[in-house]
Write a protein that binds this ligand. Structure first.
Ligand SMILES: Cc1ncc(C[n+]2csc(CCOP(=O)(O)OP(=O)(O)O)c2C)c(N)n1
Length: 816
């Protein structure tokens, strides 16, 4: 089929009539400015537009219309100046970026059409009820996928946000798999577990699809860091995306690319990532997609400065601004920017766009100049139409050539929809299978170390450093033999043994060089270097986020939290770490270990903020295995297992006992992550006489129970003392076995009355073991009050040994 300019719905508007007095003064619409139909985005098709153009064109040709958001005046000559001043390019270098060949122009067009037509199909499927939930379309911003398909390589890491379909397609993810994911089918990129906002694909290194605004920034920085790790360690990915002992090629110039809206780039994560990118000279490209609106909010209403490309100035990260309506310039400037990042380091590319759809079809759209502006933008700021008009009118491309491209893309999109339609829904069992990558009963002693460990250690750790760390390890092992090792040292020992066993293990902490507060990361940077053991800025969210990016790229990050309460800044990242394996349909493991001192001891005197039960706060995060350790032995064995686990794990150690509790550890042995420990068994006679109680506790409660044991026994009573080393998954077998003997239960709980660990466990026991109970479960938990500093008041909030003694007596004596 042939089409003419008029036939495809484009009316060339003479410049004199073209809108636009912008606040920059001069008219800013390019001379190729056009005016076309106001079709709904779902019908943006060259041919469909033909049918409706008459009326629509008449509606949008009002030369007096002023959009709330003026277009920018950014001719190639201005972009050239930016390339010189921001990136230091010479005239001759810029000349090389100044022209696209015909083939490259056609590729640009194809990429834009794929984005547009695919999303039109998404819209149709959404309206037909086959795509559900939130779906964010990209119409009007297609020059960005065009830049991606032009300059970003398959092996570059890509981190996008919830509006990522077009970025995935441009990265080479199969359109059928993307459509199937949106249509909740098993053939989807994530087997239907992710959905529109969570597209992931290992083969193309397309690593999300993240739905919390800005969370993707540190992940992308972590991914960029993993590229540096590969180079330092001499490792690369095998065909299963696991590390192999083959160095990256000599011309390795991979980068990490992160996409973010201009609204999201006002988030503090941006400053942190710019800092980190500059500090480590990360190969990180930040593409800011600036449509000037965050849902319905006009971004200048909330942002002091919308020139996001200048945000890096404080850190020495350069940036440039381009006009997204001119796809050719976006691709050319994108090339120059990408090359800069490959060769030099981080950079920002801000692309000024208009989006024709609202935020998501599920969101109500509020007006405030929006409707008219969208109509106007569809007519005069559509990068596809501008492209068609420009290159057809100057004779570079013919109508037939464009038509051929478009037909090919139409077939591709149709095939994608057909593929998705034909794919089955995922089976119901998959949801539970995707909870953890490693089954709860995994024996971590059986996991094999990477075969390349010795070689990598040999080439990356000097003899002197190896001698030093081996002496340190020997010293700690001797302390264990003498029954003198502390919890902090036991964790430090486990970490060194595991970092040597597997050089893909990395470490992140504040105050790391000094060993943080309890020596947990002691000597890691001194031994393994700055890339593997990073001193971090003081935002736990930032470095948990970077760890997540490393975890998606073949590394096994350990995050030490000086005090686990500080993890509250990383709640978003923890939650996403917990989701990753499941949301990606099991395609990405998340071998992240978080370790720190926490809990709320009696007489802790640390004040409310250092005494929060963060272990209870994270209990509800799916996908996390959560452990506690109140002894060096438990801390050592659990740490080793957690580091070997392929999912996210979190170990809490008792803050007041880190240096005080001493003992020995079972050297070289991993402990299970799903087992409680019976620390004391009530005597048979106490059980026979109905004078025994099961006591479940953890962290400081273990010590409180142990020091109360004699007093309990002096009363002629006894307890099965069970340490909950695994808060999740819960060891129900051990609890049930004990209850079958004692039939009474007290929980000495270091968390609050509402939403606490004890509350959860009590509910589970009431539901599943009710028949074993002769009395109501007795919870000794923290009151729902902030922990006071003064000891006198703190007693009222935090439970302790004396409360346990009373509770055991009451459970046994009282008639139930
Ligand atoms: C942490 C968080 N807060 C709020 C939201 C709800 N939300 C989704 S998108 C959005 C606006 C983002 O605007 P912008 O970054 O400019 O990107 P755009 O959607 O325009 O592409 C908001 C507030 C969210 N997803 N995550």
């Amino acid at each position: 089929m042939k089409f003419t300019l008029a036939a495809i719905g484009i009316i060339v508007t003479p410049l004199a009539h073209a809108f636009v007095p912008s606040h920059f003064g001069a008219p800013t619409v390019p001379s190729t400015s056009i005016s076309t139909s106001t079709l709904p985005s779902s019908s943006f098709s060259l041919f469909a537009a033909t049918l409706k153009k008459g009326k629509a064109a008449a509606q949008t040709s009002d030369p007096t219309f002023e959009p709330m958001r003026p277009p920018i005046d950014m001719p190639w000559s201005d972009i050239q100046s930016q390339l010189k001043s921001a990136f230091g390019y010479s005239d001759s270098e810029i000349t090389a970026y100044s022209k696209l060949s015909k083939t490259e122009l056609l590729n640009t067009y194809e990429s834009m059409q794929l984005a547009r037509l695919f999303e039109n199909a998404c819209n149709q499927q959404y309206m037909g009820g086959k795509i559900r939930g939130f779906m964010h379309l990209d119409n009007g911003q297609e020059s960005i996928p065009a830049l991606v398909s032009d300059s970003i390589k398959r092996t570059d890491k890509k981190y996008s946000y919830y509006r990522e379909h077009t970025h995935a397609l441009a990265s080479g993810v199969e359109p059928g798999a993307v459509m199937a994911e949106l249509m909740m089918k098993e053939g989807g990129t994530c087997k239907g577990a992710g959905g529109s906002m969570h597209i992931f694909d290992p083969e193309t290194y397309f690593q999300g699809g993240w739905a919390l605004v800005s969370e993707q920034l540190p992940y992308a920085a972590g991914a960029a860091k993993s590229i540096l790790q590969d180079r330092v360690l001499g490792l690369s990915d095998d065909s299963n995306f696991k590390k192999m002992d083959v160095p990256p090629s000599a011309d390795d110039d991979r980068i990490s690319v992160v996409f973010i809206g201009e609204g999201g780039s006002q988030n503090g994560r941006m400053a942190e990532v710019l800092n980190s990118a500059a500090k480590d000279n990360l190969p990180l490209l930040i593409i800011v997609i600036d449509n000037g609106r965050a849902i319905n909010t006009f971004t200048p209403d909330i942002a002091t400065n919308s020139d996001v490309y200048k945000q890096g100035a404080h850190y020495g990260v350069p940036g440039i601004l381009v006009n997204g309506e001119n796809a050719e310039d976006v691709v050319k400037a994108g090339r120059a920017t990408v090359d800069y990042v490959r060769k030099n380091g981080p950079a920002i590319l801000q692309v000024h766009t208009y989006r024709f759809n609202g935020h998501s079809p599920a969101d109500p759209e509020h007006e405030r100049g929006r409707k008219d502006e969208k109509k106007w933008a569809r007519a005069s700021q559509d990068p596809i139409k501008i492209f068609e008009e420009k290159f057809m009118s100057d004779g570079t491309l013919t109508e037939e050539e464009l038509s051929e491209v478009k037909k090919r893309v139409q077939r591709q999109v149709k095939d994608a929809v057909d593929f998705a339609e034909a794919s089955p829904m995922p089976p119901v069992e998959l949801a539970k299978e995707l909870e953890f990558p490693d089954a709860p009963d995994t024996d971590y002693n059986l996991k094999t170390a990477p075969a390349f460990a010795a070689e990598v250690n040999e080439r990356t750790i000097s003899k002197e450093k190896m001698d030093t760390i081996q002496a340190h390890i020997a010293d700690l092992r001797a302390k264990s033999d003498a029954g003198e090792i502390t919890i902090g040292d036991a964790i430090n020992l486990a970490i060194h043994e595991e970092m040597l066993r597997d050089p893909t293990t990395t470490m992140h902490a504040e105050d790391l060089q000094a060993g943080s507060s309890y020596d947990i990361p002691k000597l890691t940077q001194q031994t393994y270097g700055q890339t593997r053991a990073a001193d971090e800025i003081i935002d736990e969210g930032h470095f948990i986020g970077k760890a997540l990016g490393e975890g998606m790229n073949g590394y096994r990050p350990i995050v030490e939290l000086m005090n686990t309460n500080f993890g509250i800044y990383g709640m978003a990242e923890l939650s996403s770490a917990g989701n990753t394996f499941a949301t990606t349909g099991g395609k990405f493991d998340m071998p992240m270990t978080i370790i720190g001192a926490g809990g709320t001891a009696p007489n802790q005197s640390l004040g409310a903020e250092h005494s929060q039960p963060f272990h209870a706060y994270v209990m509800g995060i799916p996908g996390l295995k959560i452990g506690t350790a109140a002894s060096p032995a438990a801390a050592y064995g659990i740490t080793k297992s957690m580091i070997r686990d392929n999912g996210p794990t979190f170990l809490f150690a008792p803050v007041k006992m880190m240096k005080e509790a001493k003992g020995s550890v079972d050297l070289d042995k991993c402990l299970p992550l799903n087992k409680a420990a019976l620390l004391h068994e009530a005597s048979d006679s106490s059980v026979a006489n109905g004078k025994a109680v099961t006591v479940l506790t953890y962290l400081h409660g273990v010590k409180e129970a142990q020091i109360s044991l004699q007093a309990i026994q002096d009363e002629g009573l006894d307890i099965d003392l069970i340490e909950l080393r695994s808060l999740k998954p819960l060891d129900k077998d051990t609890i049930r076995k004990s209850l079958a003997r004692t039939h009474k239960l007290a929980i000495l709980d270091e968390s609050t009355y509402s939403g606490g660990v004890g509350a959860t466990i009590s509910a589970i026991i009431s539901e599943e073991m009710f028949d074993e109970l002769d009395a109501p479960v007795r919870r000794l938990c923290m009151d729902d009050a902030p922990v006071p500093y003064a000891t006198s008041m703190e007693k009222a909030v935090v439970k302790r040994g004396e409360d346990l003694i009373d509770a055991v007596a009451e459970l046994v004596m009282k008639q139930h």
